[in-house]
Write a protein that binds this ligand. Sequence first.
Ligand SMILES: Nc1ncnc2c1ncn2[C@@H]1O[C@H](COP(=O)(O)OP(=O)(O)OP(=O)(O)O)[C@@H](O)[C@H]1O
Ligand SMILES: [Mg+2]
Length: 311
Amino acid sequence: MAEKLLEIKNLKQHFNVGKPNQVKAVDGISFDIYKGETLGLVGESGCGKSTTGRTIIRLYDATDGEVLFEGENVHGKKSRSDLKKFNRKMQMIFQDPYASLNPRMTVGDIIAEGIDIHGLSKTRKDRMEKVHELLKTVGLNKEHANRYPHEFSGGQRQRIGIARALAVEPEFIIADEPISALDVSIQAQVVNLMKKLQRDKQLTYLFIAHDLSMVKYISDRIGVMYFGKLVELAPSEELYKNPIHPYTQSLLSAIPLPDPESERTRKRTAYNPSIHNYAEGENLEMREISPGHFVYCSEKEFKQYQSIYKK
Ligand SMILES: Nc1ncnc2c1ncn2[C@@H]1O[C@H](COP(=O)(O)OP(=O)(O)OP(=O)(O)O)[C@@H](O)[C@H]1O
Ligand SMILES: [Mg+2]
């Protein structure tokens, strides 16, 4: 069994948006991330994917719950040096590489930011060599170091974002819809680059996406979120073969099919949360329907799901 890198336990992130309104963006989710794997996180806009990622990486203080990194609590009281240590181990790549790159800094300085903060190079020359090496690693070249972000295409900017994340030699990267803003033809290139880097550098990824089409190719396991809750978690193939939660089934039915004939007759199923018809106080939790395949449901639903589960 692979080692756990992160353990997310009953994580909550509630935002106060003017009394008495509260947005329960993340509402008690638990899952583990294993060393070297890619965990995909999917769900429709607003379900709490980015907030989950941002809370894990501590851009936000959690309302409740715990995040353990190699068994150590990331949140809570921490010394400056501990915080710095975690910041280096966990990095984030964003959806819009342009908005996340300072337009007034050269690409070289952008990439070297983490190197400077963490004091990872002793001399100017060493710093420059590290930047050139990183550019090469992501498929760019050293001449690019002196240019500015606006001189690059979307795919190239995302490569710069990846190089910046890699500069501090992280173990874990949260990629928040890293390919959603890119042309379809470029998406696969960036995904392939991320896969290669993962193999070469033993990286662990949390890969956020809003639909199930591209995550399949990169994820070992996939978690499905709906309104701040994790409703299903399973190995990727298993999730596609045996989706159990009606929301997962609805997401899968939304993926366009490559064959025109099947696409023409494809039926989309809408998810209607009222079908659950939960009784007041009913115990809802993640229940394991087959090894590693969890679905959020009541005891009664679990029995139904088991009776129709295809082995
Ligand atoms: N800083 C914030 N303050 C208040 N509410 C927030 C904040 N950030 C997110 N929210 C709300 O929390 C909910 C979850 O937002 P989040 O951005 O995590 O969703 P998402 O799944 O990443 O969506 P998308 O696919 O559009 O990126 C939404 O209702 C959003 O409006
Ligand atoms: Mg988001």
